[in-house]
Design a protein around this ligand. Structure first.
Ligand SMILES: [Zn+2]
Length: 441
């Protein structure tokens, strides 16, 4: 078992203290040049790279990452994913303009901490197939439905059969992939394209901060069965070693890294034979692997996101937050993003009264949900934010979304894009209301 390495001790910050960035050591990054320096300079006006920005003067907002792609991009991405002829130049241009479009719309909606909407990825998870060696596709459909055999499908088979018929239009191929060789990282160019597109989209803009999501080792392990490594642990750590290159490059580019790890909590619902204790033991090793992959990255450049996935269903068999929160907090991250806005999990906020969030760390509770087309009223958003601020301190809360709004690139995203922008505007207005209540201005 490998020992997690704590990169930097948490700096105690009492509630309602002075801005945290004032007491942190200066960034060790060398100043960049050209366009890179320009956008970092703009970023520095609000919070210099090197310190994750807290809600020190007002309530900040963010979201989980994935946003719907424009129809032209969906079409081109579909051809690319199916192995059909496509024009790489046209495709690159479509991705670039899509990233610019979603950055603009996030800022217009009033979101403080923005990202590229994962416009260039077929999904938050399967994008790594181009970035890692060691995997091959099998002509079976076993990789298609992540909920097959889950507690939810066993309890509500008729609902999920009906629901599956509505899930058309997904770009990612419905085929299983397996690990049949050594896993190494070869995604440098693809990642650099993502970084360049996001920096270009930010040129001339003023975001409080910028993040880029990347998938966790555990989710890659769960998606691709191991047929190469002697043990699951060896397989998991090989993935962690490979993905650490992507994690580090995102931070080196000046962005916050967000590690997406829905499997931390979906393992329970996906494995009806496993007890809560079984799942906790399973999760401990996965968190150790994440920390192994994050070795050398300051934890205040890292956000951790977990969720119960895209599942607009009954959701009555999911892992309770109280049963996993202590293990989640072992992830060496500066912020934790989790579901808190939907009716299956909103009641869990009292967990944070006793969970022991380390000083200086940030909670990003979902205050808008990815599993309903209802737009949350700004007053409700504000109530949710104030509730968390009263528990962990206003500067340690950032409003977020429960999950992404198009985790898989699809012509039929679960939540219509026009509704997503309305949710973002409502979240920003709710944050303004919460700011007035918490800061009095
Ligand atoms: Zn999620």
């Amino acid at each position: 078992m490998k020992t997690p390495v704590v990169i930097k001790p948490s700096i105690p910050v009492s509630r309602f203290s002075l801005p945290r960035r004032a007491i942190l050591s200066p960034s060790k990054k060398r100043p960049g040049t050209g366009a890179d320096a320009v956008w970092k300079s703009r970023l520095r006006q609000h919070g210099k790279p090197g310190d994750m920005k807290h809600s020190t003067e007002r309530m900040l907002t963010t979201h989980t990452g994935s946003l719907s792609r424009p129809p032209e991009l969906i079409s081109a991405m579909g051809r690319k994913e199916r192995g059909e002829d496509y024009d790489p130049g046209e495709y690159a241009s479509l991705v670039r303009s899509a990233v610019a479009g979603v950055v603009n719309r996030q800022l217009d909606a009033g979101v403080s901490v923005v990202c590229d909407g994962e416009q260039g990825k077929p999904s938050y998870l399967t994008y790594v197939k181009e970035r890692l060696t060691g995997f091959e596709t099998r002509d079976t459909d076993t990789g298609e439905d992540p909920w097959r055999g889950s507690r939810e499908v066993l309890a509500f088979p008729e609902f999920y059969e009906w629901n599956a018929r509505t899930r058309t239009g997904i770009v990612a191929p419905r085929k299983a992939t397996v690990c049949s060789g050594p896993v190494t990282y070869i995604g440098q160019q693809a990642l650099q394209t993502d970084i360049d597109n996001l920096k270009a989209a930010l040129d001339g803009k003023s975001a409080d901060e910028v993040f880029m999501p990347a998938i966790s080792p555990s989710d890659i392990e769960g998606r691709q069965r191991n047929e190469h490594y002697a043990t699951d642990e060896e397989y998991l750590y090989a993935i962690a070693d490979a993905m650490s290159e992507e994690y580090r490059a995102i931070v080196d580019a000046g962005f916050l890294l967000q590690v997406d790890d829905p499997r931390l909590v979906t393992y329970y619902v996906s494995n009806p034979q496993a007890s809560v204790e079984d799942c906790r033991s399973w999760a401990e090793l996965r968190v150790e692997a994440i920390n192994h992959a994050l070795k050398g990255i300051p934890e205040d450049r890292i956000r951790f996101h977990t969720c119960y996935g895209i599942n607009i269903g009954p959701r009555v068999h999911e892992m309770a937050l109280k049963n996993i929160v202590d293990i989640m907090l072992r992830v060496n991250a500066g912020a934790y993003s989790f579901e808190a806005a939907n009716p299956a999990h909103e009641h869990e906020w009292p967990v944070w009264e006793t969970a022991g969030l380390p000083d200086g760390k940030v909670l990003i509770p979902g205050v808008i949900s990815h599993s309903t087309n209802l737009v949350e009223h700004p007053e409700l958003v504000a109530q949710r934010l104030v509730r968390y601020a009263n528990i962990v301190g206003r500067e340690n809360v950032i409003g977020g979304s429960d999950c992404g709004f198009s985790s898989f690139a699809s012509s039929e995203p679960e939540i219509h894009p026009t509704v997503v922008w309305a949710k973002f505007r409502s979240m920003a207005e709710g944050a303004r209301i919460a700011s007035r209540e918490l800061w009095g201005a």
